[in-house]
Structures are given as structure tokens and as C-alpha cells.
Design a protein around this ligand. Structure first.
Ligand code: GLA
Ligand code: ZN
Length: 710
């Protein structure tokens, strides 16, 4: 992906987080104490001014920056750098009163009252102008300040506005995209239900009281919301640049947020950052760790560069259904997991707990008691020391190994498609299944969209890649032809970028690479399941396949029987696995069947196939499988494709991750179990950056090894 002109780099790990001194200006004693605590905890960076607009511009046009300047000076003189925010995440009252157009209109066309945050119209000229002025002033004021190292653009962009201004922009965006209304009608297939548009002015954003099921419209609306939000963010960045600052910019993303296509923001940002609030201690910790790991990897993959963990709670949150404390050691383990996956920071929300309002009980580095002898503060200090020990690894990259394709537009379209399951679509579960299989083998995983390059990977997985666009077919074809291993699943390649279904056989354009074509897909009730049975053991012929005289089935029978004797070497399924949610029926042409369905009228039909295509292999999984399947299947593939791994046998519950720079490689070993666990790396001549290591990890322990690159 394109590099921007102000790359962000750091020679140490940032440690700190959201800090709100504006809530404590009448308590200089507390602000003084904070500096003392920062030093003790190794806090070297704070995010400032995220929600300070009303303090910075108490009346329209009257700016009051002195307090901020004083704080920045003081922090800087104490070795604390500043990630300075543009304050557009929450607006002052006067702004909404004077310019009601800044207030959002929902899909039912109802305008909001003043209140809450993150709820502005991104189109409103008034909002844009006021944001421009304050951003520019902030940039002018702090342009040369050595303490300001990064700009934090707004906060957690999200949501959508359906006001008349946004409708107008939406129509302009559509005109730009389609040029003629005839073209739009074709792409949206509006002949269906007689919804042909005569002109662009008739078009309204999706609404439950209007057009709600036209998939082309819904998809384009989501694309427009991304476009408009990105345009607003670029506007904010431009204001800073006009104010003279050349410092890098970021904005904080959220967990698996489907309201925006974040990949479209990556080029405008110098570094990706995100806010991570997992709920620990509810299942085996490794399951939660894989869930977080997938997100970390997604964030790193947007730019293929280290990212920043912008927010995390040092103890509990206060907005989840249950606010669970992190057990002793989990703060460090979870924070270092972010680092292992490519973060150059551990930043918290929040540093000092506020006294009132909706986050007064949210976890914080310094709580209402305010003493340094709290468990959480002591754990933060301990982590601060470890981050110093790991200093040399800051800025290092993550070696490319395997990739999972996970495209936001494709997921949007798939969710809206109205197909075999309208509830409980197993896309996230399937992605997580493959991800955990790869992570259990210690592979670094990049999460890519369809625009990104597949160069450098040996294994690419495309789980439920419903929509094919941007020439993904050609990329997957040449990836496989050149010797790559492709794994694709059910419900892939059904529609093009307009969500128009491919004709003549799917996965569109790749049926020869996979050696099969889609026939039908069965949606299973929640209480139903089927099984994937190894073909060698399954009743392979008469008993296994419906004895139909139909040409399709008898051909299939022939293919399955052949497969039993000619199984490719890599994966020899030894047992059956359950599958659920969706079972696809495919017609194999050249693909060999490795596993078949165990029941229902499609008993004996292929459920897992493998096709040799030029120098590579293409697997196709027909159903959503239980976790054990992904673990066993990927174990076989990884052993073949990655014969040298830093830890050959990884105990369940341990995460193995690598980073590297030009001279050194780093191996992170993390124990997410509460048992002492033996781990034997295949590395020799390493140095342990975290203390000592003798092939065993204490409960919740992280060990980081370093060695020189040969
Ligand atoms: C979000 C916001 C923060 C704060 C935290 C609380 O991530 O960005 O301002 O509200 O949640 O967990
Ligand atoms: Zn609007």
C-alpha cells in the first residue's frame, strides 16, 4: 500500500493513554501528582484534548489555549510526549444551538437533540468550518512544540447521517460513480419490483420507511458513508497541514467495526491505531487472545506496518454487560500481546479516573483513591519496566507468512444478501476458525482485503469471500498457479462488485482453479448439524451417494470413488467433524474429494476437496466446521508449507509470534493458561530480553527472545 509522506516511527514503546487534565484544572495538586506517577510508571506519552472543545473554545470564535499550552510544556519537561487530538469527537453546546444542521438525522429522518458524542453530520458546512478553524488554530499554536509527536484525529469515527445535506452529497457521489441513471439502474437491477429510477434526484438513502431491501442501494450507501467520513477526516487533516504542522496523523479504529470500511482510511493515515476492550476470563483465555490477535493483525495489515494500541483498559471497563477485573498478570499479558502482534505502544483509557459522568467507574491507571499502592498502578509500573527492556524491538515488522482475505464490502453485501441464512451467518466464526488454526501453529497472519497484494505468502485463505472484485480472481489464479496453497470456502465468489450474481458457474471465474462448481446451499437450523467424514473411511460408493440416475450425481459418485485411492499427501483426515449453519453442495470436475457429508440427502457429497492447479493446490471447504477441523486441517498444511518454525510443537494456550528488523528477530512466547507450561523453541544463541528463560512459562508469563539475523 502507498506510503504517506509523514511516516510515524519511534525508537521506544509508547506507554500511557487518554489523559484529561481539563477535568482537573482546579486541582493543581492532582496535576502535579500525576507527573510523579508518570515517572514511576514509565508513562511517556499521553493523548490530550480528545473531548476538550468546550474548554478550548468556550464561546464561538473565542479560543482559550493557555491551559493546554501550560500542560503540554509541563508534560514535555517531564519527558512525556503528546498525541494531540483534534476535538471534533464531541461538540460544544453553543455550536449545536447556533447551527442545528450539525446534528445528525437518523434513517427514520428524525433529527437528534444536542447530547452524547460521535454524532455529527460529516457533510454539514457549518460543522466542517468550525472544525477547520479550531484544528488549524491548534496546529498553529503547537506547530513547533517538540512534545507533540502525533495528531489524534477526532475519536472513533462512526455512524451515519441521513439529513438533506447528506442526501444531496450521496446523489452527487452516485452521479460521479455511475454517470447515467441507466447505468445505475443496471447495476442495482432496479427492474426488480419495478423500482427503476428516472433520475438521480429520486434517490434517497436506505430507510425502513422507504427503500430498505435494494441491495445495490444499501451497498452504495455504506460505501458513501465511508467516503464521506473519510472526506471529513481528510478535511480535518488538511486543516492541520494548513496550520503548518507536518507531524504524523492517526485516528483510532474500533473492534471489528462494520460501519466503515477502514481499509479506505489507511492511505491518509501515517499510523493505524485502535481501541481494544476484550472481555477476559470468560472462556479459555487463548480463545479471547485469538479474538484480540485477529484484530491486532487486521490493524497491522491495513498498512503492513506496526500500529498503535491507542486505548485499552488497565482493569475493567464500565460499559460492557459485566465489568470484569483483569486478574493479576492479565494487564501485562494482554498488553504485550498487542506488542507481539506489531503494536509500538501500550496506551490506556484512561490515565486518571474522572469524578463524574458516564465513565467515572471505568478502569484507570490512577483511581479515585489516588494512591500509588493500588494493584493496578503497580501492574502498570511493572509493564512500564518491561516495555523499557523491550525497547530495541520498537518499530520492528512482522514477517509475512499466511494471509486471510476478509473484505469489508464483501461482508456488507453478504450480510444484506438475503440468502441461505439471514441470522447467524457464520462468517466471523469461519474466519476465527481458520485464524486460530494458523495461530495454534505459530504463524503470523495478515488480514487482507481484495485490493491488497498476495505476494510473499505461501498460504492464502478465503473464507466466505462472497463478493469478487478488483481482479481478485486473477490474483488468486496466479497465486495458485505459481505454487501457492489456496483455501476457499462455501459461499464464495457469488457476486460482483455491484452485488450482481455471476452467471455460468461459481465461484465466479475460478471454477477451474478449484476444480468444482457450486450447485446448491443448505441453510441449517440452529439445532441441526451434519458431519464431515474422511473419504477413506466413509461409505464411499453405493452407501455414501444417493443412487440416482441423474448424470450429475453419478459423475460425483465416480469422482468420490476415485478420490479415495488418490488422496493428496498433505491432509489425511483421520476422523469426522461436525459442521453447522451452511452446507454447500458442489459438483467436482477435477477436484479430489477428501471428505464427504455424513448425513441428509447429500450424504456422500463432497465436503472438502483439493484441486491441483499448475504448481499449486486449491482446497475448498463446503461447510462451516467445528473448531477442531480447522486446527487439524491447518496443522497438516502448515507442517508441509512451513517446515521450519520457531516452536515446532506449541502447547494449547500458548501464543508464539515473531517480529523482526534489519538486524534482529524477536520471538514472543506468551502463556495464556494458569498453569506453568513447557515450551521448547528451536532457536539457538538467543538473548532473553525479559529476564531469564529455561523452556518453561509461568502462568500468564510473556518471554521475549532476540537473536541476530544471519
Ligand atoms: C472508547 C472511547 C473512549 C472511552 C472508552 C471507554 O474507546 O474512545 O473515549 O469512552 O471507549 O472504554
Ligand atoms: Zn448530514
Amino acid at each position: 500500500m502507498k506510503q504517506t509522506s509523514h511516516p510515524f516511527s519511534t525508537d521506544h514503546f509508547l506507554h500511557g493513554g487518554d489523559y484529561n487534565p481539563d477535568q482537573w484544572l482546579d486541582r493543581p495538586d492532582i496535576l502535579e501528582k500525576d507527573l510523579e506517577y508518570f515517572e514511576k510508571a514509565g508513562i511517556n506519552c499521553v493523548s490530550l484534548g480528545i473531548f476538550s472543545w468546550a474548554m478550548l473554545e468556550p464561546e464561538e470564535g473565542h479560543y482559550q489555549f493557555d491551559w493546554m499550552k501550560e500542560i503540554i510544556d509541563r508534560l514535555y519537561s517531564h519527558g512525556v510526549s503528546i498525541d494531540l487530538a483534534t476535538p471534533s469527537g464531541a461538540r460544544p453546546h453553543w455550536l449545536a444551538d447556533a447551527y442545528p444542521e450539525v446534528l445528525r438525522v437518523d434513517e427514520n429522518r428524525r433529527r437528534a437533540l444536542f447530547g452524547e458524542r460521535h454524532n455529527h453530520c460529516y457533510t454539514s458546512p457549518a460543522y466542517r468550518q468550525k472544525v477547520y478553524l479550531i484544528n488549524r488554530k491548534l496546529a498553529e499554536t503547537f506547530v513547533d512544540h517538540p512534545g507533540v509527536i502525533l495528531w489524534h484525529i477526532s475519536n472513533e469515527y462512526g455512524g451515519e447521517c441521513h439529513c438533506p445535506l447528506c442526501q444531496e452529497q450521496f446523489r452527487a457521489w452516485l452521479k460521479d460513480r455511475y454517470h447515467t441513471i441507466d447505468h445505475l439502474n443496471k447495476c442495482w437491477n432496479t427492474a426488480f419490483w419495478s423500482h427503476i429510477c428516472q433520475n438521480f434526484d429520486q434517490i434517497e438513502s436506505p430507510s425502513p420507511i422507504g427503500e430498505w431491501e435494494m441491495h445495490g442501494l444499501k451497498l452504495d450507501w455504506k460505501r458513501f458513508v465511508t467516503h464521506q467520513t473519510r472526506d471529513f477526516m481528510r478535511w480535518e487533516i488538511q486543516a492541520l497541514r494548513d496550520g503548518g504542522t507536518a507531524k504524523p496523523v492517526t485516528t483510532n479504529f474500533m473492534y471489528d467495526y462494520q460501519g466503515l470500511d477502514y481499509s479506505k482510511f489507511a492511505d491518509d493515515l501515517d499510523v493505524i491505531s485502535w481501541d481494544n476492550y476484550p472481555t477476559w476470563h470468560k472462556e479459555a483465555e487463548i480463545e479471547t487472545a485469538w479474538d484480540c490477535g485477529l484484530q491486532h493483525d487486521q490493524m497491522r495489515s491495513y498498512k503492513g506496518q506496526p500500529f498503535l494500541l491507542m486505548e485499552s483498559s488497565p482493569s475493567a471497563t464500565n460499559w460492557q454487560p459485566v465489568s470484569k477485573l483483569r486478574k493479576p498478570g492479565m494487564l501485562k499479558l494482554a498488553s504485550l500481546q498487542a506488542v507481539a502482534h506489531g503494536s509500538d505502544s501500550v496506551l490506556y483509557f484512561q490515565i486518571r479516573q474522572s469524578r463524574g459522568a458516564s465513565e467515572k467507574f471505568h478502569g484507570a491507571v490512577i483511581d479515585h483513591y489516588g494512591g500509588e499502592d493500588s494493584r493496578v498502578f503497580q501492574e502498570v509500573c511493572d509493564l512500564g519496566r518491561t516495555l523499557k527492556q523491550l525497547k530495541e524491538a520498537a518499530g520492528s515488522n512482522t514477517p509475512k507468512q499466511a494471509a486471510i482475505l476478509c473484505d469489508t464490502e464483501s461482508r456488507w453485501a453478504m450480510k444484506d444478501a438475503m440468502g441461505p441464512r439471514n441470522q447467524g451467518l457464520p462468517d466471523k466464526k469461519t474466519i476465527q476458525g481458520f485464524y486460530s488454526g494458523l495461530r495454534q501453529m505459530g504463524l503470523n497472519v495478515d488480514i487482507l482485503d481484495e485490493t491488497q497484494s498476495l505476494d510473499g505468502y505461501r498460504l492464502v485463505i478465503a473464507p466466505m469471500l462472497y463478493m469478487f472484485k478488483h481482479g481478485i480472481q486473477e490474483k488468486l489464479r496466479s497465486f495458485t498457479a505459481d505454487g501457492g496453497t489456496l483455501v476457499m470456502t462455501f459461499w464464495s465468489g457469488l457476486a460482483d462488485e455491484h452485488d450482481l450474481c455471476f452467471l455460468g458457474g461459481t465461484p465466479g471465474g475460478l471454477t477451474d482453479v478449484l476444480g468444482l462448481r457450486f450447485m446448491e446451499i443448505d441453510g441449517l437450523y440452529d439445532w441441526e448439524s451434519n458431519t464431515l467424514i474422511p473419504i477413506g473411511r466413509a461409505p464411499a460408493s453405493a452407501d455414501g451417494v444417493p443412487s440416482s440416475t441423474d448424470g450429475v450425481l453419478s459423475t460425483q459418485q465416480a469422482v468420490i470413488s476415485k478420490a479415495a485411492s488418490e488422496m493428496p499427501d498433505t491432509f489425511h483426515p483421520q476422523k469426522s467433524y461436525t459442521c453447522h449453519s451452511l452446507c454447500e453442495l458442489v459438483y467436482p470436475t477435477t477436484a479430489k474429494t477428501l471428505m464427504a457429508y455424513g448425513s441428509d440427502f447429500y450424504k456422500g457429497y463432497p465436503a472438502l476437496t483439493c484441486n491441483s492447479y499448475e504448481k499449486g493446490k486449491a482446497y475448498y471447504l463446503c461447510a462451516a466446521a467445528e473448531t477442531a477441523f480447522y486446527q487439524d486441517f491447518l496443522k497438516a498444511l502448515v507442517i508441509e508449507l512451513f517446515p521450519e518454525r520457531p516452536v515446532m510443537e506449541i502447547p494449547y494456550g500458548v501464543e508464539v509470534t515473531t517480529r523482526q528488523n534489519d538486524s534482529r528477530e524477536y520471538l514472543f512466547l506468551q502463556n495464556f493458561t494458569r498453569e506453568t507450561t513447557a515450551v521448547s523453541p528451536s532457536w539457538h544463541d538467543y538473548e532473553c530480553l525479559t529476564g531469564s528463560f529455561s523452556n518453561s512459562l509461568e502462568p500468564y508469563e510473556t518471554v521475549v527472545l532476540a537473536r541476530n539475523r544471519s
